[in-house]
Write a protein that binds this ligand. Structure first.
Ligand code: ZN
Length: 117
């Protein structure tokens, strides 16, 4: 079967989101809410492929926190992030985001296996 990068990305997005929802027990990591619509929120934009499916680069946030704090008030979001996860995590993610990175077919397959579990 021929590898289809577009389908792999789509499948990984779904699997990764399920993984984050399960890891965070359907609880907003910002306000603690456990009901309603929850979003997998990327810390560094998902346009950065090297971090798009990295488990340190996402948090589960309720719709309100994701939209009204994380995306609308980046300084409040950054302060919350440092308080919750520490400055070292920001430094690590920024460093990783700046490294040259080629996403190979093998890397897609490795991540598909990791998140299929
Ligand atoms: Zn929330």
């Amino acid at each position: 079967m021929k590898f289809n990068k577009s389908k792999a990305k789509h499948r990984l997005d779904k699997l990764f989101s399920n993984y984050i929802h399960n890891r965070e027990h359907e609880t907003c990591q910002m306000c603690g809410k456990k009901t309603g619509r929850m979003n997998t929120s990327h810390n560094i934009s998902r346009s950065c492929l090297a971090l798009r499916w990295h488990d340190l680069n996402a948090s589960l946030l309720c719709y309100r926190c994701h939209t009204h704090f994380w995306h609308s008030n980046p300084l409040i979001g950054a302060k919350w992030f440092v308080d919750k996860y520490g400055q070292e995590r920001i430094n690590y993610l920024i460093k990783e985001s700046e490294l040259p990175y080629t996403f190979t077919e093998a890397e897609y397959l490795r991540l598909l296996i990791k998140y299929e579990k």
